[in-house]
Write a protein that binds this ligand. Structure first.
Ligand code: ADP
Ligand code: MG
Length: 211
């Protein structure tokens, strides 16, 4: 298992007896708004700590893993990803810089190819804040893709995209994840996305004793 949660509780939001995320799989988390989906993702990279219970990452309690190291491996994409002041290129390189990866070998051609992977034709020198919401969401996909993380947590990552673009982005991201045996946990409101792209679907109503 990539993650195993045992008797995890968080405030009056989550009470999970047992929840497992299989390594190398794509797992979708579905459930009503307010059912604790985002809270669950935050627990998985220790952005927040559970009140009780244990969360194992690769058989090790996440409390015993250095947070910086954990987040270098477990990379999150939020619903409204932060876009930083600067160019598209600055934004692409930021994830690598923050995770202290060696990015000197990532040249402009690699960057442009990664943008193209998500159908983003913008130039690297463009001001990132000039991009539309949907373009920024795809820029964020490109940014995390460059990080080559073993685990990705995606929180409603396609909310600003039209259905056609959502399909393209998910298809490209998940195809690569499958090829590289990456573990993906994604929150989605779209049953179609969940059914098309995931190996497992977890419904919060089935696993959360609070509701
Ligand atoms: P979802 O992502 O499924 O919509 P969330 O995990 O964001 O749900 O939120 C679950 C519940 O927890 C909601 O009722 C929300 O208002 C509440 N909540 C979220 N964050 C906090 C917090 N830091 N402290 C207290 N309550 C919170
Ligand atoms: Mg949420």
């Amino acid at each position: 298992m990539m993650f195993q949660l045992e008797n995890v509780t968080y405030k009056n939001i989550l009470q999970l007896k047992l929840l497992q995320i299989q390594a190398g799989s794509v797992t979708s988390i579905i459930g009503k708004s307010g059912s604790g989906k985002s809270t669950l993702l935050k627990l998985l990279n220790n952005m927040i700590s559970s009140d009780s219970g244990v969360i194992y990452y690769n058989d090790k309690s996440i409390e015993e893993i250095e947070p910086v190291e954990l987040r270098r491996q477990v990379v999150t994409l939020t619903q409204y990803p932060a876009i930083f002041e600067g160019t598209v290129k600055d934004n692409l390189l930021l994830g690598l810089k923050l995770s202290e990866k060696n990015y000197t070998t990532v040249n402009d051609e690699v960057l442009s190819r990664t943008l193209a992977m998500f159908n983003l034709q913008t130039k690297l020198g463009v001001d990132a804040n000039k991009l539309s919401g949907g373009e920024q969401q795809r820029l964020a996909f490109a940014r995390i893709t460059l990080m080559k993380a073993p685990v990705y947590l995606l929180d409603e990552p396609t909310s600003s995209l039209d259905e056609e673009t959502e399909d393209l982005v998910m298809d490209r991201f998940i195809s690569r994840a499958k090829a590289e045996k990456t573990t993906v946990v994604m929150v989605t409101h779209s049953m179609k996305v969940a059914e098309t792209y995931s190996d497992f679907i977890i419904n919060m109503e089935d696993v959360n004793a609070y509701k």
